[in-house]
Every structure is written in structure tokens, then in C-alpha cells.
Write a protein that binds this ligand. Sequence first.
Ligand SMILES: [Zn+2]
Ligand SMILES: [Zn+2]
Length: 184
Amino acid sequence: MESTRIQIPDELFAPAESSHFEGEYQIDRLEVGPDEYVFCGPLSWQVDVTNTGEAFLVMGTVEGEAVTLCGRCLEEVRVTLGGEVDGYYLIDPASAEDLEDMEGDEFDVLGEDDVIDIEGPIRAALLLEIPLVPLCDEDCKGLCLSCGSNLNEGPCDCEPVEEVEEEEPANNPFAVLKSLKLDD
Ligand SMILES: [Zn+2]
Ligand SMILES: [Zn+2]
């Protein structure tokens, strides 16, 4: 199945029935705040769909590889993103009204032609797994604030703290504090 759409087979309309589905999700990129993840290939997903009587409960996983930039040194980093997919698709759209008051729980409705689309739950699963700040290495030293050298490749010739103050006194909030002190 090369999409996130699952055609619910007739036998799954019997309460307590459950079936396993697998597929691939083609997504090129995902933007999360300042970070962009470019996927290396389609993501693979696998879920169990269970008929609870009033809804199709979807539970499974998704996994894929993406490339993004390290938050400190801006080098490309390859990350594996994987997460738990869960969704809830009401069989009878009319019952959705009863659930309007339900807090916290997300639900959807069985689509026309007995299809459910799990793209939403898959994206939600990926977003949950994405790191706040992607790093090439937990010990990444980042870039020199003065000359921009990648400090993972070795130390630069700068003396970091002094250099910053001399070059950009206007942009440095501490420069103001310094002059206040001089007035004392
Ligand atoms: Zn890095
Ligand atoms: Zn430097």
C-alpha cells in the first residue's frame, strides 16, 4: 500500500475483529519550527486496526530516515524518526456529536467508500519524536561565534569572549552594562 489510506475490508465491520496493515508513506520534507527534515525515502508504517463496536481503533508504528542540520554546527545529520501511531475513526458519523465533549481524545470519522486515512496520526507521531534541537553529536562543539569555524574540526585562532566584545560592542548587551559601571 503506497499511501496512508486504508480500505476497510467487509469482515472488519464485525465488532471485535482486528486486522494488520502495512504500507509506505511518501513525504518529501517536514518543517518543524526552524528545522527542516528531508526524508531519504518513503517511511514505512504498520498498524493494527480493531473494530471496537463504535469505531476503528488504529495502533501501530511508523519509521523513516531523514536528513536535517545540526543545531550547533549546521552540518547535515541523518536521523531515524520513529513513533507510535494511534487513531480513532468513528464508524457512525452521527455518534461524533456525543463525543464533542470528550476532552483530550482526538477522533476522526470513517471516510466515504469505507476508507480511513492515517496520515494525520502518522504526522502526529513523527512530530512527537522530533528532537527539540537536532545534534550531530551530543558533544558537538558548534561554531566559533567570532570566525564561524566548525570547532569540531579543531580550535580556531580566536580568543572567543574578548573578540566578540571588540567586534560588535553595539550589539552586545553587556557593553552597555560595562559603560554604566564606568560612570560610577
Ligand atoms: Zn554539530
Ligand atoms: Zn574563531
